[in-house]
Design a binder for this molecule. Structure first.
Ligand code: HEC
Ligand SMILES: [Cu+2]
Length: 391
């Protein structure tokens, strides 16, 4: 059996010889800069500019704003105490991870360079196992992870809800696929209204600047996740288990929120906005929302209301002051004051509302708004006039 080794050894030696003295017989190709050579060079150096372009595209998405002027809902742009402390944790973990990355990659690159193959070098000494090293690289990562754990626990303690005399409590209900917000305690005391006794909105959460907002999260369907990147991290919204979170907006403005847990086909169109207003503006808004829905004034609005109550809309929607009191879809009592349609799939304006009413399944396939029959253009016009008048 000895001879079987011999050809292998010889083959090995030949390979080493060839590597040690690289033949230059493709020099002819190089002169002409053949495509082959170009490809080889590109493979060697072309990666660098490609990486630069790629990272520019990727990290370009992280800045405080986009080219369209819209603020990116980024956790790196915190606008309240909860998001701020969470972003500190992000930076802390990033620093730890960077140290690990630079350390490991440094040792790796050094070893590749230091122990690279050189002509005539003997095979390195073969070792197996090193107790000190193995204990070391078991304990060190554990210590590093423990440091991260301490940072995490510290942050969790830091962001426990402060006991405040004045805070606002809101119920956020995750539907498939839109968010409903209820402001309990603000009673609609108009005797002429129906049983809706709280302020109810869809897609739009108004809060006063500088006030602690306590959110009770509910779902009666699947698991969603409530996330306002600039104001508070994600919290799961679980059927049968009511989580809570709190946040506070330090600056007036509009913040984008979204569902952060896949919850069905239209999960990506389950956005909402948080409108942080001065306490005065908030009070004005709340007062308007508490009021009974506007009664139609013009003929076309009256026709729209009639359509609404006769074409099946009332089977799913509520409009205070009318017989429409169903809770399947968003409460439309003050729909005209809102800026989004159906989880932000469209922004709210008359043209978009007409598009939505013409074929909600085309705009947001699979959503729960299934019309008994297609509306004609007159009905759509009337409904648009009526719904947009509900400020
Ligand atoms: C079968 C129940 C159902 C019927 C019938 C129905 N809707 Fe809807 N509607 C919904 C649901 C559910 C949504 C939210 C869809 C989503 O965002 O995924 C919705 C959304 C809307 C919205 C957007 C509201 C917002 O705040 O985002 C408007 C406006 C609307 N419906 C109007 C109407 C009108 C007008 C009719 C009657 C012609 C009607 N709906 C009939 C269930 C229904
Ligand atoms: Cu969701």
């Amino acid at each position: 059996m000895i001879y079987t080794c011999e050809p292998r050894a010889r083959r090995f030696l030949k390979v080493r010889e060839r590597r040690a003295a690289p033949t230059r017989n493709h020099a002819a190709e190089e002169v002409g800069g053949s495509p082959m050579e170009l490809r080889r060079r590109l493979a060697r150096w072309g990666v660098a500019p490609l990486l630069v372009v790629f990272s520019a595209i990727v990290f370009g998405g992280c800045g405080p704003g986009t080219s369209t002027g819209e603020r990116t809902p980024s956790i790196l742009n915190p606008s309240g105490p909860v998001a701020l402390k969470e972003s500190y944790l992000f930076w802390f973990i990033l620093v730890v991870a960077t140290i690990v990355f630079v350390g490991v990659t440094g040792v790796l690159l050094y070893s590749i360079w230091r122990f690279r193959e050189r002509p005539g070098m003997p095979a390195p000494r073969q070792i197996s196992g090193n107790t000190a090293l193995e204990i070391g690289w078991t304990i060190l990562p554990a210590v590093i992870l423990f440091i991260v754990l301490i940072g995490t626990i510290y942050t969790m303690v830091q962001i426990t809800e402060p006991a405040q005399a004045q805070s606002l409590t809101v119920r956020a209900i995750g539907h498939q696929w839109w968010w409903e917000f209820r402001y309990p305690g603000y009673n609609n005391d108009n005797p002429g209204s129906n049983q809706i006794a709280v302020v109810v909105t869809g897609d739009e959460l108004h809060v006063p600047v500088g006030m602690v907002v306590h959110v009770d999260l509910e779902s009666n369907n699947v698991i969603h996740s409530f996330w306002i990147p600039e104001l508070a991290g994600k919290t799961d919204v679980i059927p049968g288990h009511n989580n809570t979170l709190w946040f506070q907006a330090d600056r007036a403005g509009t913040y984008r929120g979204e569902c952060a847990e896949y919850c069905g086909t239209q999960h990506a169109n389950m956005d909402f906005i948080v409108v942080a207003q001065s306490p005065d503006d908030f009070a004005t808004w709340l007062q308007a929302q508490e009021a009974v829905a506007a009664t139609p004034t013009s003929d076309i609005q009256k026709a729209g209301q009639h359509d609404f109550l006769t074409l099946g809309c009332a089977a799913c929607h509520s409009i205070s002051g009318t017989i429409a009191a169903a809770q399947v879809g968003p409460n439309l009592s003050h729909f005209g004051s809102r800026s989004l349609i159906a989880g932000g799939v469209l922004s709210n304006n008359p043209e978009n509302l007409a598009t939505w009413l013409n074929d909600p399944q085309a705009v947001k396939p699979g959503n729960d708004m299934v019309l008994p029959e297609k509306l004609n253009s007159t009905q759509i016009d009337e409904l648009v006039q009526y719904l947009e008048s509900l400020k």
